[in-house]
Structures are given as structure tokens and as C-alpha cells.
Design a protein around this ligand. Structure first.
Ligand code: AKG
Length: 257
């Protein structure tokens, strides 16, 4: 199908503009502006927070973007190191970043940093994300493509030092909806370092199972992790038998200068 994407066109649903002052937030009928999409804020405690905007982007525009990204992004499926073994990463990926930033490296893999200038569409989406999240300044983007139910991302935190202690990570979903899980990092990391599993440590210490949250990330949604979420929590997109079609996910991040 030919892409009907009109580059540089403003979104029909551009999201909220910079923070309203007190009393300014209410949208009056007849003003000709669309109401801001609903935001669900989950306080995870301890200075960690998740903001979920299920209808961040209008459906039709999100499908146009899906088609475009699916075809035009130079997706690769790299080999990474997990627990000392080389494995093919269970999803496609691509990385885009400002010039001159510290290189990203994860699981023994250093992705090539493409230029934003090669992908005007990604610049448009970045602009919309910045408008929805006043004060944010994302300068890099990790894209993921899950080609079906067997593609996934396992439990991890984006706690690399290049993102700093309290990174804000904004994640936009296109296509097949998938479950996104968050679980509290095990309290006793020392016993794990000593070779004891989290489960064994929990039993020995009579600690209950970690707190967990689940979000259904739908087509056109935005999910933001903030504060100490990367320090104190892990996240995952598990395999799901019913998630048969492709999902594309864009995670915008700020690499420290
Ligand atoms: O696909 C997602 O929603 C999450 C991706 C993710 O966890 C990551 O890129 O670190």
C-alpha cells in the first residue's frame, strides 16, 4: 500500500500545548480546539511515576506512520550477549541520535547512530512528543519492531549511566497492542550477586512477590516513565500468543551531554 503520509503536516491531534497556568487548563466548547487526550498518572512510589496517554495520536495518522516506519526504517536484528551467551535479539531495532552524543551500548551491542535528518517523520513525531511533555528534551530514539507474538523484550531497566539518575523515557506505540509490565527491582540485589535467585532470596527473607503493574499499550498511545523508575523498577514486553501482528515502538530518551 502506498504511504499516504504527508510529511511536515501537523497532526490532527497535536496533544496538549505547554503547561497551562492554573485556571487555563479547561477547554471551553466552541473554542475550536480539540480537548487534550486523557492522561492516566500512576504514582509508583519512591519518586517513580508513569504517565499513560492511550489516545496520544489520532488512529488514522498513527496507521500512516506505522506503514511508513515499517517500510522505510533500516531495521536490523543484531546478535547480543545475554548471560554470557550470544543470541539474536528477539525484535528488530534501529537507533537515531543527535551527533556527538555518548555512544549507546547494551548487551554487548553498540547500535549505529543514524541522523534525524535522514528521517523527517521521526522529527515530526519528536516534536509532537515534546509538545505533549513540556520541559522534556529528547535527543535520541531507540526503535523496536515486534514482528509477531514471539518477539519480545525481557525484564530490564534503561539504567545506563548515559541517561543519568532520573531519565524520562517516552514510548509511542503503533500497530498491534501489547502488554507492558513493570515490576519493582528485587530489594536484595546482594544475595543475587552472590548467586542466589530473586525467588530464593525472597523465600529466605519471607518477602512477598514484587509489586507489578500492567499497561495495555494500544495503537497511537504514549507511555512515559519518569523519576526513579529506571533505578527502582524493571519493565518488559512479554511474548503473547494473541499478539500476532506487527508492533512498532519508539522510545525517546535524553543522553546526557
Ligand atoms: O516496546 C516497548 O514498549 C518497550 C521497549 C523497551 O523496553 C526498550 O526499548 O528498552
Amino acid at each position: 500500500m502506498a504511504s499516504r503520509l504527508r510529511l511536515g503536516q501537523p497532526s490532527p491531534n497535536p496533544g496538549p500545548s505547554p503547561s497551562p497556568s492554573p485556571g487555563e487548563g479547561k477547554i471551553e466548547e466552541g473554542e475550536g480546539r480539540k480537548p487534550e487526550p486523557r492522561r492516566e498518572v500512576t504514582d509508583l512510589g519512591g519518586g517513580s511515576e508513569v504517565v499513560h496517554i492511550p489516545r496520544f495520536m489520532a488512529r488514522e495518522r498513527a496507521w500512516e506512520l506505522f506503514e511508513h516506519l515499517d517500510k522505510r526504517i533500516p531495521w536490523t536484528r543484531p546478535t547480543i550477549r545475554v548471560f554470557g551467551r550470544s543470541v539474536v535479539q528477539p525484535r528488530d531495532t534501529c537507533y537515531v541520535a543527535d551527533k556527538g552524543l555518548t555512544d549507546l551500548r547494551y548487551s554487548g551491542h553498540q547500535p549505529h547512530a543514524h541522523s534525524w535528518d535522514d528521517f523527517p517523520v521521526l522529527k515530526d513525531i519528536l516534536k509532537e512528543v515534546h509538545e505533549a511533555l513540556p520541559g522534556s528534551h529528547f535527543n535520541s530514539l531507540l526503535l523496536n519492531r515486534y514482528k509477531g507474538c514471539s518477539d519480545y523484550v525481557s525484564w530490564h531497566a534503561d539504567d545506563e549511566p548515559l541517561y543519568g539518575p532520573t531519565p524520562e523515557i517516552a514510548s509511542v506505540t503503533f500497530g498491534c497492542e501489547r502488554e507492558f509490565l513493570l515490576r519493582k527491582k528485587p530489594a536484595n540485589t546482594q544475595s543475587q550477586a552472590a548467586g542466589e535467585s530473586g525467588e530464593t532470596a525472597r523465600k529466605r527473607l519471607k518477602v512477598s512477590a514484587p509489586q507489578q503493574h500492567s499497561f495495555l499499550l494500544k495503537h497511537g498511545s504514549l507511555l512515559v516513565m519518569r523519576g526513579y523508575t529506571q533505578r527502582d523498577w524493571q519493565h518488559a514486553v512479554p511474548k503473547r500468543a494473541r499478539a500476532a501482528s506487527t508492533r512498532i515502538n519508539l522510545t525517546f530518551r535524553h543522553v546526557l551531554p
